[in-house]
Ligand binder design. Sequence first.
Ligand SMILES: C[S@@+](CC[C@H](N)C(=O)[O-])C[C@H]1O[C@@H](n2cnc3c(N)ncnc32)[C@H](O)[C@@H]1O
Length: 412
Amino acid sequence: MKLLKLFTENEDINNLYKRQREESLDFKGIPASSGIYGIHPYPAMFHFMIVRKFIKELTKEGDYILDPFCGSGVSAVEALKNNRNYFGFDINPLAILITKVRTTPINIERLLNVLDNILKMPVQNYEIPYFDNIHYWFEEKVIEKLAKLRAKIFKIDDIKIQNFFKVVFSETVRKVSNSDPNEFKLIKRKIHKELNVEKIFAEIAKKNILCLLDISNLNTKSEIIVEQKNVLDGLPLEDESIDLVITSPPYGDSKTTVAYDQFSKLSLKWLGLYDNFEKFQLGYKLKNIDLDLPSEELYKCLYEIEKKDKKRAKEVYSFYYDLYFAIKQISKKVKTGGHVIFVVGNRTVKGIELPTDKICADFFKQYDFIHEITLVRQISNKRMPVQTSPTNIKGQKASTMKYEYIVILKKI
Ligand SMILES: C[S@@+](CC[C@H](N)C(=O)[O-])C[C@H]1O[C@@H](n2cnc3c(N)ncnc32)[C@H](O)[C@@H]1O
């Protein structure tokens, strides 16, 4: 479909969308991976201080929090630490595994004993998994060592301890594969030196045991429920049951933004958990552009992108189409008077910045929400591959800075 220019040329639309630069939310000098958040990296992870602030300000003990795109479970940990009940969903099985481990206190002595056993126990029977390109992504010797470690982890009876070591194993896989561990995408690197797989595994295990100390003495009353789920299938919760949704949806389709599937694939293949989840990520299925989404801001961008590249315009539309449907599912679950905190990044496609914060505000307004404000923070750590350019924030240089937009909405 060729988009006709139906919208009005705009004036100062930013005031309408109440963007406010909030330096106090930059949390410069406090790494997002402090404490428990040092267990397993994850792309575009929340800064825990943001989640902590809004949970404390907008909910009380015993309230219900939902994160439908929970990723590595920062919101889950903060709910646990602050005695809030929590539902977390994500399409990525690795995200669910990490979230469970980050929210499960385990006796440190037991973990150290099991680690000792894993390292000393001889293993007779072990299987080499078969998956495409295993020999491309792993050296022969590395495959054998990983297969032995995996066999020992699968034998652990206690599921909580087994999950803990599966996460250690996943981090080890990232470190010892031929893919660059500093990239989210699978990108081949050169490995020159002999890798000591057991030593790397032991170091990661000890690091993660220390991280777990962060939650080991918690005396919490929270109920934390975490499940693999595609938000587009609807959420298994009662309508109007949630006090606060705090979440960060993907920034765009995974092919052109953060590749959660590539980030997780090798670990999931080794753990036998890979299930083609990427096919259900927002924006995966291409749709023809239609005028059915309630955001003039979106159509302005699509109009400009379509002039340059029709296929890209269609991809962008498909992502927002799914995001709109996800917002519909999420909105139903929020109590009247409850809040939604949507943390988004505004990426650029074909030189056009997509104002996802404004588009989301438009979408939520369709479902009985008022947009209270959007707070803009600078991201100080380099955890996202996409550069954003907030050209319309007063007093900011645009080119090299990265910003995150915290869209605050209330159900009326
Ligand atoms: C920005 S990340 C969330 C990161 C998270 N806030 C954290 O602190 O780790 C977005 C998440 O959305 C998930 N996702 C993408 N499509 C989804 C879908 N259809 N249903 C549920 N989750 C989905 C991705 O797997 C990814 O973990």
